[in-house]
Design a protein around this ligand. Structure first.
Ligand code: ADP
Ligand code: MG
Length: 237
């Protein structure tokens, strides 16, 4: 992202945001509620139109008006806080829907890939269940599998554990660790600071739509340069 600016009416939500995400790395966005984390992720996926600046994916400027936005979105997986799965479809149907309908993958191939992903992420036995038969943690893990099923270049995760009971958070974070180990490029917004510290290659602290501080987790968590970062971390750790 280069000098990205996003406004809603009179309020400026992202101000000149520059962000570079290297392939196969994990970037974590931290910051108070309302600091702009979700908006940044939504701009990255073209769910929101930026007012100014540019966004690039694999060397292509995706904010260029001539860009095929649907094609860009097909290359980016997204998981939100909650309610990710279609309730009237089984887990397997949820996961194979986009590969089959949007990417034109045949049923057998889509199902084989889905079962392989489910197996690897510990949900092999759940393929035929409807979402309401799964725990919240299993539902979020299935939502991650669904996002991965289209073989995205980039995965965006927006507070995917925020709606879960505390005892279910760990299993979802385990899946993110596994996905990272497979080399997926990810940008995630989270309030799980211990997890952010462990899993991130780059941590960005947002305040009022500005990336106020960024660095390795060791630097941002261990020795924050900005007083406001220090205050934020002091409040929530
Ligand atoms: P975070 O994810 O860090 O909590 P958000 O990106 O959701 O922050 O919100 C940043 C700011 O933008 C907040 O002040 C929020 O009220 C505002 N905002 C977000 N989405 C909209 C919208 N669709 N319309 C108007 N204001 C919005
Ligand atoms: Mg948010």
């Amino acid at each position: 992202m280069e000098s990205v600016r996003k406004t809603f009416g009179d309020s400026v939500v992202l101000r000149d945001v520059d962000l570079e995400v290297a392939p196969h790395t994990v970037t974590t966005l931290i910051g108070a509620s309302g600091s702009g984390k979700s908006t940044l992720l939504r701009c990255a996926n073209l769910l929101e139109e930026v007012d100014d600046g540019a966004i690039w994916l694999d060397g292509e400027e995706i904010t260029d008006p001539v860009t095929d936005q649907d094609a860009v979105r097909r290359r980016i997986g997204v998981v939100f806080q909650a309610y990710n799965l279609f309730p009237h479809m089984t887990v397997l149907e949820n996961i194979t829907l986009a590969p089959r309908r949007v990417h034109g993958v045949g049923r057998a191939e889509a199902e084989a890939h889905a079962r392989e992903l489910l197996e690897r992420l510990g949900l092999g036995a759940r393929a035929g269940e409807y979402p309401d038969r799964l725990s919240g943690g299993q539902q979020q893990r299935a939502a991650i599998v669904r996002a991965l099923a289209v073989r995205p270049r980039l995965l965006l995760l927006d507070e995917i554990t925020a709606a879960l009971d505390p005892e279910l958070v760990g299993e979802v974070l385990d899946v993110v660790r596994d996905v990272k180990a497979d080399g997926m490029t990810m940008v995630l917004a989270t309030h799980e600071m211990g997890f952010a510290r462990e899993v991130s290659d780059q941590v960005c602290f947002l305040e009022d739509g500005v990336i106020l501080e960024r660095g390795t987790p060791e630097q941002v968590f261990g020795d924050p340069r900005q007083e406001r970062t220090r205050r934020f971390l002091g409040r929530i750790v």
